[in-house]
Ligand binder design. Structure first.
Ligand SMILES: *[C@@H]1O[C@H](CO)[C@@H](O)[C@H](O)[C@H]1NC(C)=O
Length: 390
């Protein structure tokens, strides 16, 4: 850590042109359509209302770490570390330079990583993130794009917030540093935007994810305690894979919360596709899909709750659900409080409760589906200015 403090002293100015303060309703989920049937336009969801209304977010960034809900609630990221400032988009996978993103994410100590300015980071190989890191894009427009993207492997407590990860490409086999003392030979990566492998306590919030070679987010190899929230997904085939393969029974431990995301234009399938473990898919907005929205194989358990599904016009693709097996009658898949538009329909199966059985701190009240367009209206990275609410 000896080389870090000098970086921490870097002060920088964010552009501070006026943005209109937004008048948000803080009534939570009590808002009902008024007599005209119009739902109040802005209702902040429970994650956002925990921090977004505060104008001192830039001086108090770590407050974000307390705002997750669902299975990833305990992800502290770099909450107990110092601030590390990325000042350069440059990348060296083997010998990362201070001031680059890779130099920050490989450290063994907790770090809260922020960005001095807008930047497009084209990585030369996969970015291997170590435990107890937050990548916090607030206050800058940060893109990780056009090269290999993010690998979260064999670690805990990672938060990724407010960045765009798009047009990710496969990584070549070669040497990549994963800690200050370890450079390893990597076999190459598939071109996922975010690959979560054998990891836990992970929270992905307010990111933009699009157009990558493989998946946008994979949660595999017995990863668990994950929340994926407030993200904007678009223009992609296989959006989200939860569970490695039908035979990988260690994924039985997998618990993932997918909440307040917007599945936007140009998506085809896997929002998500689940194997073996458990997914709570709540209060997400689905603008369309080409094949299906929620699918799976190998007896996963899925609760679809309070989502807003708009089916595509194609009469053959109105079904939300898809099972990749013939013998699925006992799989527990249930729909509750969902809103179905344009002919969308969910085929439930199985008996018994699909409830997420959250602990008290993980739990949140799922809003009725009709409120989802409002609750997800700011999905994706937010434009945040110092001294103003985001
Ligand atoms: C409609 O959906 C079906 C089933 O997913 C697909 O095979 C077909 O190609 C789609 N048609 C169009 C015009 O997209």
């Amino acid at each position: 850590m000896a080389s870090l403090p000098s970086l921490l002293l870097i002060s920088f100015l964010f552009s501070n042109f006026a943005s209109t303060p937004l008048a948000y309703s803080l009534q939570g989920y009590t808002s009902k359509p008024d007599v005209t049937g119009i739902v109040p336009k802005k209702t902040m969801n429970v994650i956002d209302s925990c921090w977004r209304t505060k104008s001192n977010w830039a001086a108090n960034r770590k407050a974000l770490a307390d705002c997750a809900v669902g299975f990833g609630k305990a992800a502290v990221g770099g909450k107990y570390g110092v601030i590390y400032v990325v000042t350069s988009p440059y990348d060296d996978p083997v010998d990362p330079k201070p001031g680059t993103l890779r130099y920050g994410v490989i450290q063994t100590t907790p770090l809260w990583i922020i960005f001095s300015r807008d930047m497009v980071i084209k990585l030369k190989n996969e970015l291997i993130v170590n435990s107890f890191k937050t990548i916090d894009g607030r206050g800058a427009k940060v893109e990780i794009a056009y090269g290999p993207c993010i690998t979260i492997q064999g670690v805990t407590n990672v938060i990724i917030h407010g960045i765009s990860i798009h047009d990710c490409k496969p990584g070549m086999a070669g040497m990549v540093r994963s800690s200050p003392t370890h450079v390893g030979k990597r076999g190459g990566c598939d071109g996922d935007a975010i690959s979560i492998f054998a990891s836990s306590n992970i929270w992905i919030d307010h990111c933009y994810l699009a157009r990558s070679r493989d998946g946008l987010i994979d949660v595999i190899h017995a990863s668990t305690s994950v929340t994926i929230s407030n993200n904007y997904f678009s223009q992609h085939d296989k959006v989200m894979l939860l569970g490695h393969s039908d035979g990988f029974t260690a994924d039985k431990v997998m618990k993932v919360t997918i909440v307040f995301n917007r599945f936007g234009e140009g998506l085809i399938e896997r929002m998500p596709r689940v194997r073996i473990g458990y997914a709570h898919v709540a209060n997400n907005r689905y603008d369309e899909w080409k094949m299906y929205a929620i699918g799976g194989s190998a007896n996963p358990t899925i609760l679809s709750e309070g989502n807003y599904f708009v089916a595509p016009d194609n009469h053959s693709s109105k079904q939300v659900t898809k099972r990749e097996a013939s013998n699925w009658k006992n799989w527990r898949w249930q729909s509750s409080k969902d809103v179905f538009m344009n002919g969308a329909y969910f085929v439930p199966s199985g008996y018994g409760s699909c409830a997420p059985l959250y602990t008290r701190v993980q739990s949140f009240s799922t809003a009725p589906g009709y409120m989802v367009p409002s609750l997800t209206s700011n999905a994706g990275p937010l434009r945040c200015f110092v001294g103003k609410p985001c």
